[in-house]
Ligand binder design. Structure first.
Ligand code: SF4
Length: 684
């Protein structure tokens, strides 16, 4: 029997089948399911390597640390009892001494449960890795349009006449989703790429705007300057559906293409051409990812791009819209289900008394109305000794956090660290208790892809050893903590379906997305879906925005440089990248022999002029130094980066270099631009 699952990697949410045969499990393509994101069943290298998750070094038994990195196996009963006792002890003195991390790599159901557990223990200190990737998208889009999610679908990208791809190496980070761009291009669509590097995506572009890292606002303002100067903005749309145009016009007046060229390095004539092309398009879409969001100005970067979309009227109709591309397969779902320190499920603010009272009644306990800590804030607090315990589900902050040496120090300062994961990682090594979870092939539940499409993934494989589903583990901890009330007031679940039914009851966007409907429809349902007879909503804002007045709130924002700029001591700008064959911190793709062989190590990309200046040789080794750390990597001399800019993939640990200064609104760190220096070293 072929079992339909959702790919455990990126936010495209491709479907595939797993089949058990006499010789073992095999992967098959879901080329017979209409309407799924990977319509013809195709997968990228990561998706094709999915069975490597069955690697032999999976966590199989709960572990208890004897000393750092040395563990003994314990029973589930002992592990759960110890976790509950330690959490209870700390929460008794100060619930805000606890920090919980949900995971964009697990289903909606356990994510809902982990935030419920945190909140029932009295704290809103709950976050997940979206903080490090799209928290600025969530905050920025909410400010302009009223909600922090993709406004359209992949099919709208295919229908567009112009696709602007901003800070997003789409062809490599979301390869199957990029097919929609190729289809549009084959139909005659024009592609504008904005990126500091000439990437595989840029190779497909008709107009390539190669800006310096951290200069996105200046470029967006320059594009809007040209559009308004030529009267190419959608006047009727601006008048009817937006507020703030006059202030915007005044702000962007000074961003002439010539001035923007000085700031961004993008030639003025290309700024003119891109602006006119985008504004004149009948239908246009902007997609973006980390190049736009991971900035100390990430919130304003997103607001500026959303404003560009709004003044051209490229939103709320087929073939148009704002398309932030989520990196992990359930980042959208983890955000939707309240794995954030400021909102309950369904983006209902913890500070809103009415919403809080609803959840107090629903869960049967008093809740905190104080906004909790974000991931990086938690690191900073732990370093000061103000946090006592972390409960981490499926994340690896030792590698993924900006200025990651700080994360290690913070984790070592804790009194208690529990990590729930499928493999041993750099973070489980520091844990007091390790809880073995099932992978996405061995468990079932719902996942929400980047298009707000909720899909059900079925159990295809028996888990190894005593590994258990994430929802089960969190439920057991909840019960051991004494949360044994009936229905939503406790943690007495028999299945992931039970949990989804509870989500349906308290999350307005998911009200009609029941387990029965998802299981019957492999293509899933787009939220918002307010009732069981509602078909779901692929396209947002056809009539009004979700802001209180129903209008888009245009943002007039000024360019500011990144938190660090080059100087005599650190003369280069370092930016971070990814490889198509790897995912996040390599905990999963690093176990695939095939992927490891093909993408075996990180390369530092250096312009030929800088290579000569700093004595670096192609394929030789460089030591990269920033104010926070040092990292050695092999060198690739290439004109893909501009003089003065170097780039390195972060999968292997380059976050020892990056800057953990935060955007003040979204609290995302400035990982895409920091000052560095390089020098040749012998082989490392
Ligand atoms: Fe998986 Fe994303 Fe590749 Fe699709 S594009 S197969 S979801 S990693």
């Amino acid at each position: 029997m072929k079992v339909p699952v959702v790919c455990p990697y990126c936010g495209v949410g491709c479907r595939l089948y797993i089949e058990q045969t006499p010789s073992g499990y095999r992967l098959d393509y879901a080329d017979d399911v209409p309407g799924i994101p990977n319509e013809n069943g195709s997968l990228c290298p990561k998706g094709n390597a999915v069975l490597d998750l069955l690697s032999k070094d999976r966590l199989r038994k709960p572990l208890k640390a004897k000393e750092e990195g040395k563990f003994v196996e314990v029973s589930w009963g002992e592990a759960i009892k110890e976790v509950a006792e330690r959490l209870r002890e700390i929460a008794r003195d100060d619930p805000n001494g606890l920090m919980f991390f949900g995971s964009a790599k697990t289903y909606n159901e356990p994510n809902y449960l982990v935030q419920k557990l945190a909140r029932m223990l009295g704290t809103n200190n709950i976050d997940h890795c979206a903080r490090l990737c799209h928290s600025s998208t969530v905050a920025g889009l909410k400010a302009v349009f009223g909600a922090g999610a993709m406004t359209n679908t992949y099919r709208d990208i295919e229908r567009a006449d112009v696709i602007m791809i901003w800070g997003h190496n789409y062809a490599e980070t979301h390869p199957v989703g990029f097919r929609y761009v190729i289809k549009a291009k084959e139909r005659g669509a024009r592609v504008i790429v904005v990126d500091p590097r000439y990437t595989r995506t840029a190779w497909f572009s008709d107009i390539f705007l190669q800006l310096y890292p951290g200069t996105d606002i200046a470029l967006a303002n320059g594009l809007m300057h040209v559009i308004i100067k030529h009267g190419l903005h959608d006047k009727e749309f601006v008048e009817r559906r937006t507020v703030g145009f006059q202030e915007l016009k005044k702000t962007v007046e000074k961003y002439t293409p010539e001035r923007v060229e000085e700031i961004t390095g993008v030639p003025a004539e290309l700024i003119e051409e891109a602006a006119v092309t985008f504004a004149k398009a009948e239908n246009a879409v902007v997609t973006w990812a980390m190049g736009l969001t991971q900035s100390v100005h990430g919130y304003d970067n997103v607001r500026a791009v959303a404003t560009l979309i709004a003044i051209t009227g490229h939103i709320g109709k087929p073939g148009n819209g704002a398309s932030p591309m989520r990196g992990q397969n359930n980042v959208q779902g983890a955000c939707d289900l309240g794995v954030l320190p400021n909102v309950f499920p369904g983006y209902q603010a913890v500070t809103d008394e009415e919403k809080r009272m609803f959840f107090e009644e629903f869960w049967g306990t008093e809740l905190s109305g104080e906004v909790g800590l974000t991931t990086v804030e938690a690191t900073h607090e732990a370093l000061k000794g103000r946090l006592k315990a972390y409960y981490i589900v499926g994340e690896n902050p030792v590698i993924s956090e900006a200025n990651s040496k700080n994360a290690v120090k913070a984790l070592r300062r804790l009194e208690f660290l529990v990590v729930q994961d499928i493999f041993p990682t750099e973070t489980t090594r520091l844990a007091d208790i390790v809880l073995p979870a099932t992978s996405m092939l061995e468990n079932e539940g719902s996942l929400t892809n980047t298009e707000r499409r909720v899909q059900w993934s079925f159990k295809a494989i028996e888990p190894p050893g005593e590994a258990r589903p994430d929802w089960w583990i969190v439920s057991e901890v909840g019960k051991a903590l004494g949360f044994t009330g009936s229905g939503p007031k406790g943690f007495n679940y028999r299945s992931a379906e039970d949990v989804l039914r509870e989500i349906n009851a308290c999350t307005p966007q998911y009200r009609g997305i029941t387990p029965e409907r998802l299981k019957a429809n492999l293509a899933g349902i787009h939220w918002p879906c307010p009732s069981e007879d509602h078909p779901g909503t692929p396209l947002l804002y056809t009539e009004r925005f979700l802001t209180p007045d129903g209008k888009a709130h245009l943002a007039a924002v000024e360019h500011r440089p990144p938190a660090e700029t080059p100087d005599d001591e650190y003369p280069l700008i370092l930016t971070t990248t990814r490889y198509v064959g790897h995912f996040h911190t390599l905990t999963m793709t690093g176990r695939s022999e095939l992927l490891r062989k093909r993408w075996r190590e990180p390369f530092l990309e250096v312009h030929p002029g800088d290579a000569r200046r700093f004595g670096l040789e192609d394929n030789g080794w460089a030591l990269i130094e920033t104010r926070r750390g040092r990292y050695a990597a092999r060198v690739k001399v290439t004109k893909a980066v501009k003089p003065g800019v170097v780039a390195i993939p972060w999968h292997w640990g380059a976050n020892v270099l990056t800057n953990d200064v935060l955007d003040p609104v979204s609290k995302i760190p400035d990982t895409k631009a920091c000052a560095c220096r390089v020098k040749p070293v012998g082989e490392v």
